[in-house]
Design a protein around this ligand. Sequence first.
Ligand code: RIB
Length: 312
Amino acid sequence: MFNLSAISQAPVITVIGSSNMDMVISAPHIPAPGETILGSDFEMLPGGKGANQAVTIARLTNQVNFITNLGSDSMGKELINVYDREKMNMSLISEDSSTSTGVALITIDRKGENCIVVSPGANGLLSSSMIDQHLDVIIGSGMIVTQMEIPVATIKHLLTISKDHNKKLLLNPAPAEHIASLDLEGLFLLTPNRGEASLITEVELNNETGYLKAATKLRDRGIQNVVITLGKEGAFVCCDDFTGIVDSFEAEVVDTTGAGDVFNGAIAVALNSGIKINEAVSFANRAASIAVGKKGAQTAIPTLGQISVYYR
Ligand code: RIB
């Protein structure tokens, strides 16, 4: 088992991505098209895949650079307060008065599964030129992390920056529909979930043969490491050093919203600290298994202290 003290000595990670205000209602089931159902109380909670991953990294390492774009509205102001409390580098957060802060409508069913619709708002205006304003910060960081709730052109720019400056980029392809247009040659790590991996590769992911076929197709595009997250089954890893499933941990599931983001933030922290990939995946599985036990994306993110009890 690895030593968690490596985490405190690692360089800062930069996350570039979305911020949303999550509008959450729990319901007996996810409604079918045309169906109206009664759910429980409504809650507004901080979310967005980029922010969830950045907050995970902040809680595990006490530092993170988060480049994001908010609307100049009350939701944006609330999120700024959240990021300040998480001790993020506030100089990287921009506001745009021409649009609203990103919003996600989330329904959670009795099993803790969810369905999400996102209105990107200001996330859709996070441009390559905004990235260039913070180029020194990006290339000075130990690792770059991004997802696909921001413009594809910005992701393409990040892929170029990571190649030109020899930086490790983790791309979480969520949502995955625009990934076909990306040149992924040289990408350090791609982390699709089962559905995203299937959408990208057109392979059915029902068993280890399917996982290997999909991961191999992805690595054929020049990606160094592929990790397919499989929920309670764990994650399938495919890279030069290791191929196979890394098991998950037993968990009481209350809400799976943001569990994938916690996985991504945590695996970035572990790999950035020099931890081997199969151990990094196990650490990320542990973080995600804690996160599913509580409602909300960011409210459920564990601290390093909460994870470290499993490493004594
Ligand atoms: O991954 C969960 C996140 O997806 C939510 O917080 C929501 O904002 C959407 O971006």
